[in-house]
Design a protein around this ligand. Structure first.
Ligand SMILES: [Zn+2]
Length: 232
């Protein structure tokens, strides 16, 4: 194994354990992968997070083949299909976080009740139709629900998120869980009014430049925020 591969295996383990320590999952549910070498490194099937070791992380190609003595997570197809469909996806996190899962049992996604739904790249976070775990049908439903976004709920199951790094994918799964929590709380008083499409369009535009510094802002981005005045 190369140093780069070892480092990624270590990061996969760290991210999988963070799913537990951040309360995003429990038991052996949930799985994590990172793109590597025309394939992916993915957590193994049914091994408790505390027993994960670098050699137990499974390398798979993007045609459904795996290498080594350990079986990949039963949800490998969802991970594989994300890497195949989204060329900028570098890492995938799937979990059964409590609030997102609760919403998913009502076949409900997260509408534009709060501007932060734009964190997944669209004006809502959809819920994929139900299909049995580990099936091609579930993966297809997931791809349909994702469209051009980076996260979705999975009906009667949980959520899945991807990003440009393991850290970002884990962070997005955390955001989805927080939004599900807030939305469920809001539902106590009835369905909250969604933000209008024009406002969500503006939010999505602002999100493109959010977190950037001056040297990386182009002219168009700079107009997205009221710029503070620089003092000498
Ligand atoms: Zn699952």
């Amino acid at each position: 194994m190369t140093t780069a591969e070892n480092q990624l295996r270590r990061e996969v383990i760290r991210t999988a354990r963070a799913l537990q320590s951040t309360g995003l999952t429990h038991g052996t549910s949930g799985n994590v992968s990172v793109r590597y070498n025309n394939g992916m490194l993915i957590t193994p099937s049914g091994i408790p997070y505390e027993d994960l070791e670098m050699k137990k992380i499974v390398f798979m190609d993007l045609e459904g083949g795996y290498f080594g003595d350990f079986l990949p997570s039963s949800e490998w197809r969802m991970h594989m299909d994300i890497y195949r469909n989204y060329k900028d996806a570098e890492a995938v996190v799937h979990c059964h976080s409590a609030r997102a899962t609760a919403l998913s049992t009502h076949n409900k996604g997260i509408p534009a009740f709060h501007y932060m739904v734009a964190v997944a790249g669209g004006d809502q976070i959809k819920c994929a139709d139900y299909a049995t775990f580990g099936t091609k049908a579930l993966s297809k439903a997931m791809i349909d629900a994702l469209e051009d976004r980076t996260a979705c709920l999975l009906a009667h199951h949980g959520q899945i998120a991807f990003g440009p790094s393991l850290h970002k994918a884990l962070g997005l799964a955390g955001e989805v869980e927080a939004l599900a929590d807030q939305y469920l709380s809001a539902l106590v008083l009835g369905e909250p009014a969604p933000l209008c499409p024009a406002e969500m369009k503006e939010i999505l535009r602002k999100f493109k430049s959010y977190g950037k510094q001056l040297d990386t802002l182009d002219g168009d981005d700079a107009g997205a925020f009221e710029m503070p005045q620089r003092r000498d």
